[in-house]
Design a protein around this ligand. Structure first.
Ligand code: AMP
Length: 350
């Protein structure tokens, strides 16, 4: 396996491949100093550039680095080399939630417990202006205690596949979890789109199969647009009622997170204690273009001094820099480091 044994930034030793998405490979890695297990997502920079959503992703990653919640996979560090971006994240030892479904549908109380954790994570991010836009089974992981961890919050721009004509690229996967208004591409409310996906996830946990399925994509799209699905007879009337309010094609008529959280079926056994840690210190955004425009002719050593002063660079700042500023000869640059306890941010050249 290509990366096994490789050491990133003299800090993380790569282990086995955990999984693979459209744009990324995810490896298990170990922090050499602390022995802590982490997951490192490796993304080819060129693929991100092709997607052409750098600005949005920059904003979202900054937002994401400020959210800390028990049910959201924590992003520890972002690093970049000339050709790759590395996201160092919390390791979810329990793997994908949906592996559990391979053994059959979940009991209603078990499904409810995961749904509560999912809604809790989604609500927390929405309240901070971060939307997922691509909630699906691969993004629902479990830690060693069986706690749900939602991954890729704010990274949807990296996973969206677009043709040159701007339309969604259907070979990316099935649209099974995507809201009708996202498929129609008429502009949509990220919050309402996430709620729809949560509804599909709840349905799948309880049924063991998808609400919208067919032999071809067009037929699936049609079913999604009309919310053409049936409830199996083992769904309780309470959950049926809630799901009908979530899987409503018109986003304006769809139930809000606030309302979901007051629903009697949802509330059963719900631990409404705050499960997030507050971020101690907000990061100060840096006008990266202004900082570097005057440095364009300096050599890497001179730039090093200025880099050290920056507080909120991220991988995409470096990408946008790459064209105007020669980064060749550099190996890997830690872009920002969010300490596990103190959230100190460091930027330096290796
Ligand atoms: P992604 O590109 O985020 O969809 O990741 C691809 C696959 O890698 C996922 O479906 C998981 O099986 C695995 N994976 C991703 N992130 C982690 C993580 N933090 N811990 C454990 N496994 C992960």
């Amino acid at each position: 396996m290509e990366n096994k044994g490789k050491v990133l930034m003299q800090k993380y030793e790569f282990g086995r491949l955990l999984g693979q998405g459209n744009f990324a490979k995810v490896y298990h890695a170990r922090n050499i100093e602390t022995s802590q297990s982490v997951a490192v997502k490796v993304i080819e920079k060129e693929k991100v550039l092709k997607v052409g959503m750098i600005d949005q992703t920059k904003r979202e990653i900054s937002g994401m680095s400020l959210v800390k919640h028990t049910n959201i996979l924590e992003l520890y560090e972002v690093m970049a080399s000339k050709s790759k971006i590395y996201f160092v994240m919390e390791y979810a030892k329990g793997g994908e939630l949906f592996n559990k479904l391979s053994k059959g549908k979940l009991r209603e109380d078990v499904a409810r417990k995961y749904f509560q954790q999912l809604i809790s994570a989604v609500d927390f991010c929405h309240s901070r202006g971060v939307y997922h836009r691509d909630l699906k089974p691969e993004n629902l992981l479990l830690d060693e205690n069986g706690i749900l961890k939602v991954s890729d919050f704010g990274l949807s721009a990296l996973t969206e596949c677009k043709h040159q004509d701007g339309l969604l690229h259907t070979t990316c996967g099935t649209p099974a979890y995507v809201a009708p208004e996202v498929i129609n591409r008429k502009g949509y409310d990220g919050a309402k789109a996430d709620i729809w996906s949560c509804g599909v996830i709840l349905y799948v946990m309880l049924a063991g199969y998808l609400p919208f399925h067919d032999t071809n994509l067009i037929a699936i799209y049609r079913k999604i647009s009309k919310a053409d699905y049936k409830f199996p007879n083992w769904f309780s009337p309470e959950v049926t009622k809630l799901l009908s309010r979530i899987l409503t094609p018109n986003p304006k008529a769809r139930i809000s997170i606030e309302k979901i959280m007051t629903n009697p079926w949802f509330r059963k056994g719900f631990n409404s204690k705050p499960v997030h840690n507050k971020v101690e210190k907000a990061l100060v955004p840096v006008d990266i273009d202004a900082v570097f425009s005057s440095e364009a002719n300096n050599n890497a050593f001179e730039a090093k001094k200025d880099m050290a002063k920056l507080t909120n660079l991220n991988a995409f700042d470096i990408i946008s820099l790459s064209s105007g500023f020669d980064l060749s000869g550099l190996f890997v640059i830690p872009i920002f480091r969010l300490g596990l306890t103190n959230r100190i941010v460091t930027c330096y050249y290796n």
